[in-house]
Design a protein around this ligand. Sequence first.
Ligand code: PSV
Ligand code: MN
Length: 394
Amino acid sequence: MSESDKHEKILTRLAQQHIETQSWGYVSTGTRFKVFNTPGTPRDVWEKIDDAALVHRLTGVAPSVALHIPWDQVDDYGRLSDYAKKEGLVIGSISPNLFQDDDYKFGSLTNLDPKIRRKAIDHSIEVVDVMRSVGSTQMSMWLADGTNYPGQADFRRRRHFLREGLQEIYAALDEDMTMVLEYKLFEPAFYHTDIADWGQSLSFCQKLGDRAKVLVDLGHHALGVNIEHIVATLLDENRLGGFDLNGKKYADDDLFVGAINPYELFLIAVELVGGEDDADPRVAETARNVLYKIDQCAMIEDKIPAMLRSVTAMQAAFAKALLVDRAALSAAQEAGDVVTANEVLTEAYETDVRPLLRRLRERQGVVADPLGAYRDSEDRKQRISERVGTPAGW
Ligand code: PSV
Ligand code: MN
């Protein structure tokens, strides 16, 4: 294939990229020590939609926004969905919230009290109704459930409650809806988390049904864990449902994407691109249907610029992964030539893909430099001057 044909193929794939931004990435959040505000922060869900729409207008690849209920609760979800559509967006995945109620101190779906378990199930089923009203087909489920001390609870008993609860919620989904089930190593619980890793999530998904898949949050692993290997394994099991994209230095620090370890992001993209072209149609289909959702929280940074950085970092990671010379990689692997195999990867990683992305944006009719365009924009000035009053948070 000639260089220009190769670039054409890459541009076609990049034009199909779909990165979902999340409503709570536009609001003021922080640490348990302090929440700092930044000027221009949305005050309600409508303004969060405005910001997500702006990110899509600037990048051309972020046409959906994820919601979290009750953070984004409204009286009329039809109106919310129409509003998003008018702004050029659709509502993407929706998350129930099973972690911010006093009743959940000792767990939600794993709570010993059947009334509390019922409440958690009912809330999640209400979220299915919200999904129907806005045309969302993905429930993104994360549980904060866990314990802080050895002896605090019976692991297996909690696991049984959890399975029953998830089964009831899964059964409430329509045929065209899926559940993506997130895992997290620790926090807010420190001794054990009920779904602590990908294997535990996978085992629940296998019990639920084909429409339950694992969600990988890039911040939810111990340091040094090989996330690209997890991605490959889940692809192979046809159970990779999606990502919560962010950057992390230590744990769930929710920094913007690619800020800390862009090489890791690239290696993950290499697995995904490889999966999309896999000879096994089930693997290829799984890879093509992956949800790419951002899950970052701005603690000190301006939210829209941080979101633009994340979206463009994902574009760059994919562009580089698409540049990998797969034939040369296989040949080096076959020959046991580890140095060349690694060189093939770094060759792609070190390529400057900015000219390619500028060409892509030109074709998509968006600005060449989304972040630069936002910095100088009326949109930014207007947000800062008009959005006075209490910013939205959690
Ligand atoms: C939990 O840390 C988590 O990653 C889940 O995805 C929540 O929905 C989200 O963060 C809240 O920011
Ligand atoms: Mn997450």
